[in-house]
Design a protein around this ligand. Structure first.
Ligand code: NDP
Length: 326
C-alpha cells in the first residue's frame, strides 16, 4: 500500500538531502510505494517546486506523486509519516523566549492539522530545533493522536557517538551496540557509553579512560554540529537527513536483536524523567512500536548529566507553558 510522507521545510538543506532518499525507498523499504507532500512557507514554495521537478527527473519507481503546498491542513491530510524539518532558526539577538514563541507559531498549527487530518497510524518525527520542545508543542495540539506517535530526533547524536567511539577503539561502527543519548537534542545532551558494547565488551571498560570520556568524547559529540559549521561553512544537512531516515526506518522495521537506539519520546517517568517531557532514551523498536529499555543501572556520573539535560527540558516546557503554547 502507498504510504503518504509529509516533509516540512522541504526546500531547506536537510529537505534536499532527505527527499531523494525517501523517494528511492530508503525510508520505508524497497517494496513500499510513496507519495510525498512537501510543506513550505509561501516564500519557499517555488524552491520546493524545483526540488519536486528534480524528484520527477529521477524517475524513482517507488514515487507515486508529489504535492507542494503552503497549507498545513492539505500537507498533513491522510499522512502516515510526518517529518517536521522546517523550523524558525535562532537569529542574532533573539532571546530563547522569542525562539520558542516563533516555533510555537509553526508547531501548534501543524499539531492541529495532524490531529484533524492525519491517518490513524501517523508517526511524527520532529527534526527542526528546538526539536524536543517543538515535538511537545505539536503533541499538545493533537489530543486525538496517541502520545507515543510524537518523537524528536537524537539519532544524529547517537550516530555521531558511535562514530567517535569506533574510531577511538579502532572498531567498525557495526561493532558498536547499545549506545544511548539521554535528554535534550542540545549541548546538554548526554551520550552514555556505560551500557554500550564494542565487539561484545563493555565500552567503558574497553576504553578505560575516564578523562577522554569526560573531556573529549562528550563535548565532541555534543558540539559536533558547530564543528561541521566551522569546517563546511554550512550546518550539517546530509548527516541529519541520514539520521532522520535511520530514525523512521528503525521505528517501523525494528531494532536488531541485542541492540537498541536513541529516540526522544514522551516520557512515562522512566529513569526519573518527568512524565510528559519529550526526552531522549534508549529504546527498542518492534512491530512499529518503541519501548524504553528498562532496568539500566545509572551511575553518579551519568545521573548528574541526565538530570542537567532534563532540567533544561523542564525549563523549555515551563517557558512554552507560560507563553500559552501548550
Ligand atoms: P535546514 O534544513 O538545514 O534545517 C532545518 C531544521 O533542522 C533547523 O531547525 C535545524 O536546526 C534542524 N536540525 C536538527 N538537527 C540538525 C542537525 N544535526 N544539523 C543541522 N540542522 C539540524 O534549514 P534550512 O534553513 O536550510 O531550511 C529550513 C526550511 O524550512 C526553509 O526552506 C524554510 O522556508 C522552511 N520552513 C518551513 C516551515 C513550514 O513548512 N511551515 C516553517 C519554517 C521554516 P538549527 O537551526 O538549530 O540548525
Amino acid at each position: 500500500m502507498t504510504v503518504n510522507v509529509t516533509v516540512t521545510g522541504a526546500a531547506g538543506q536537510i529537505g534536499y538531502a532527505l527527499l531523494f532518499r525517501i523517494a528511492s525507498g530508503q525510508l520505508l523499504g524497497p517494496d513500499t510505494p510513496v507519495r510525498l507532500r512537501l510543506l513550505e512557507i509561501p516564500a519557499a514554495v517555488k524552491a520546493a517546486e524545483g526540488t519536486a521537478m528534480e524528484l520527477d527527473d529521477s524517475a524513482f519507481p517507488l514515487l507515486e506523486g508529489i504535492d507542494v503546498t503552503d497549507d498545513a491542513k492539505h500537507a498533513f491530510d491522510g499522512t502516515n509519516v510526518a517529518l517536521l524539518v522546517g523550523a524558525r532558526p535562532r537569529t542574532k539577538g533573539m532571546e530563547r523566549g522569542d525562539l520558542l514563541e516563533a516555533n510555537g507559531g509553526i508547531f501548534k498549527p501543524q499539531g492541529e492539522a495532524i490531529n484533524s487530518g492525519a491517518a490513524s497510524d501517523v508517526r511524527v518525527l520532529v527534526v527542526g530545533n528546538p526539536a524536543n520542545t517543538n515535538a511537545l508543542i505539536a503533541r499538545s495540539h493533537a489530543p486525538d493522536v496517541p502520545a507515543e506517535r510524537f518523537t524528536a530526533m537524537t539519532r544524529l547524536d547517537h550516530n555521531r557517538a558511535i562514530a567517535q567511539l569506533s574510531k577511538r577503539l579502532d572498531a567498525a561502527v557495526a561493532d558498536v551496540k547499545k549506545m544511548t543519548i539521554w535528554g535534550n537534542h542540545s549541548a546538554t545532551q548526554y551520550p552514555d557509553v556505560f551500557h554500550a558494547e564494542v565487539r561484545g565488551q563493555n565500552a567503558a571498560q574497553a576504553l578505560n579512560d575516564a578523562e577522554w570520556l569526560r573531556d573529549t568524547f562528550i563535548p565532541t559529540v555534543a558540539k559536533r554540529g558547530a564543528a561541521i559549521i566551522e569546517a563546511r561553512g554550512a550546518s550539517s544537512a546530509a548527516s541529519a537527513a541520514s539520521a532522520a531516515i535511520d530514525h523512521v526506518h528503525t521505528w517501523i522495521h525494528g531494532t536488531p536483536e541485542g541492540d537498541w537506539t536513541s529516540m526522544a519520546v514522551v516520557s512515562d517517568g522512566s529513569y526519573g524523567v518527568p512524565e510528559g517531557l519529550v526526552s531522549s532514551f534508549p529504546v527498542v523498536c518492534k512491530d512499529g512500536k518503541w519501548e524504553i529499555v528498562q532496568g539500566l543501572d545509572i551511575n553518579q556520573f551519568s545521573r548528574e548529566r541526565i538530570d542537567a539535560s532534563v532540567r533544561e527540558l523542564e525549563e523549555e516546557r515551563d517557558a512554552v507553558r507560560e507563553l500559552g503554547l501548550i
